[in-house]
Design a protein around this ligand. Structure first.
Ligand code: GLU
Length: 490
């Protein structure tokens, strides 16, 4: 099967790159890479009203961010370009001329009002809603005369009157359609622009696409497209329709379910590798257990045969969990390369920070690495390390307010820390242990209020590390502030 695999991702640039589109792009990419094939990117921009250049740029940027690099397409070129449909009109005109000449296509002059009235009538009668073939019966000379007189028209494909069209789908098996259910669909609109079904087929044939892998919302287009391949005497590609993606409430994934665009996940601090891993599991599985796959493993293990026919459910909580796994698995350098810019962007770390300050901020970011699920959470997790004041969570203040809190421990600690010779984890640990032993209290009796005073929080990284990173001056200030909050001055 690997000989000559050419697949394509063909987004319509009418908005963001969505989770569903990204998953389709990914499956195509994995299939191409696995088979040493070619991954083509084609922009289906013939819906002139809805397509925008802004959307083109967002889609390209998001694909690059995901690392779904295409071999042929915009910015890359290739032997079968151009890769934007608006630039391919000459091809469509030629193919259209051939279809008309061979009697496979015909002009239709029915106005949209007439078609709408017939549609309503069919609905009322409970009859199938499809084009009734009025203009299919016109003679060629009449059609020419009306075109010559400047009458507005579309071009339709003649669908065979009887028989069946069968899709041999790599995921869904054989799916059969009665040709009577398919109507003579429009190939070219009255404004001269090709429809999706026409342009996609002409391009898939011209670009020698071997496998069409796309969402199963296109399944009903496929029999129409097959009729068009046949009319054009072009070989059929193999089809694989991937299942749709539902939200947690099992309705089609949409904005109601929160962020659905790739860009929004990038902004929210997700790692592209984590999103790729998660998207791969939307409809595909290797076995029931394994969830973490590197890109290379996905390329090796992905199989269209193991893509389910059933819809996949998008679970934001699982994606967030997975992102945490990827952050934890990152090496220090790789993690800091992403974490430090997040701190700069949040305003916590000045962009003009010195090397020493950056190194310190790096240690701070490392201190919470195990807890970070999203890079965008990082500033909130480390805010207490920066500045003089701590924002006290109520639950943390409780540790200072409760009866068993012994302010004298803080007072002694304050005194001892101000004269401590080596302000490092080992020195601080010895100091805390001695203090606890002498006072005859449990370690926690000191550490809980201490953590509260130093971080303003109930949970934090290891307390000795926190102290070391805060530095002597700030630890002393915060101890004093903690005491002040219970009415004691040092
Ligand atoms: N432009 C179509 C879409 O975005 C592409 C469908 C296809 O892959 O054929 O849905």
């Amino acid at each position: 099967m690997s000989a000559g695999v050419r697949v394509r991702f063909a987004p319509s640039p009418t908005g963001h790159l969505h989770i569903g589109g990204a998953r389709t792009a990914l499956f195509n990419y994995l299939f191409a890479r696995q088979n040493s094939g070619v991954f083509v990117l084609r922009l289906e921009d013939t819906d002139a009203e809805r397509s925008t250049e802004e959307s083109v740029q967002m889609i390209l940027a998001d694909l690059k961010w995901l690392g779904l690099d295409w071999d042929e397409g915009p910015e890359k070129g290739g032997a079968y370009g151009p890769y934007r449909q608006l630039e391919r009109q000459e091809y469509y005109r030629l193919q259209l001329a051939q279809l008309i000449e061979t009697g496979h296509a015909y002009p239709c002059f029915c106005s949209s009002e007439t078609l709408e009235a017939k549609r309503q009538q069919a609905l009322e009668l409970g009859a199938p809603v499809k084009y009734d073939g009025t203009c299919r019966r016109l003679s060629l000379s009449e059609a020419h005369a009306r075109i010559g007189a400047g009458e507005a028209h579309v071009i339709r494909l003649k669908i065979p009157m009887g028989g069946k069209t069968v899709i041999e789908d790599l995921i869904r098996g054989n799916v059969s359609f009665d040709n009577r259910e398919l109507d003579d669909f429009v190939l070219v609109r009255s404004n001269g622009l090709p429809t999706y079904n026409f342009a996609a087929v002409v391009d898939d044939a011209a670009m020698r696409i071997s496998h069409v892998i796309r969402g199963d919302d296109h399944l009903s287009n496929t029999p129409r497209q097959i009729c068009l391949y046949q009319a054009l005497s072009q070989p059929l590609p193999q089809f694989a329709h991937v299942p749709m993606i539902l939200g947690p409430d099992r309705t089609r994934l949409s904005k109601r379910h929160g962020a659905t665009s790739v860009g929004a996940y990038a902004e929210a601090g997700y790692l592209p590798e984590a999103l790729i891993n998660y998207l791969a599991l939307l409809g595909w599985s290797f076995d029931d257990k394994t969830t973490i796959f590197s890109r290379q493993e996905l390329i090796e293990k992905f199989s269209l045969r193991k893509v389910s026919k059933n819809p996949a459910v998008f679970d934001p909580a699982k994606l967030q969990w997975m992102n945490g796994v990827y952050i934890r698995n990152q090496g220090e350098a790789e993690y800091l390369e992403r974490a430090l810019p997040v701190l700069v962007q949040s305003g916590l770390l000045p962009s003009s920070a010195s090397e020493t300050e950056r190194a310190w901020a790096g240690r701070v970011a490392m201190a919470v690495k195990e807890q970070v699920k999203l890079l965008s959470d990082l500033p909130a997790q480390v805010r207490f390390f920066f500045g003089d004041e701590v924002e006290m969570e109520t639950q943390a203040q409780d540790h200072l307010d409760q009866a068993q809190f012994k302010p004298e421990l803080f007072q002694t600690l304050h005194r001892q820390i101000s004269v401590l010779e080596s302000f490092t984890s080992p020195g601080l640990e010895a100091l805390l242990r001695d203090l606890v032993a002498q006072a005859g209290v449990k370690f926690g009796d000191l550490v809980h209020p201490l953590r509260a005073a130093l971080t303003g929080r109930k949970h934090s990284p290891q307390i000795l590390l926190v102290m070391e990173l805060l530095g002597r001056e700030r630890v002393l200030k915060r101890l004093a502030a903690g005491l002040k909050s219970v009415g004691i001055t040092v």
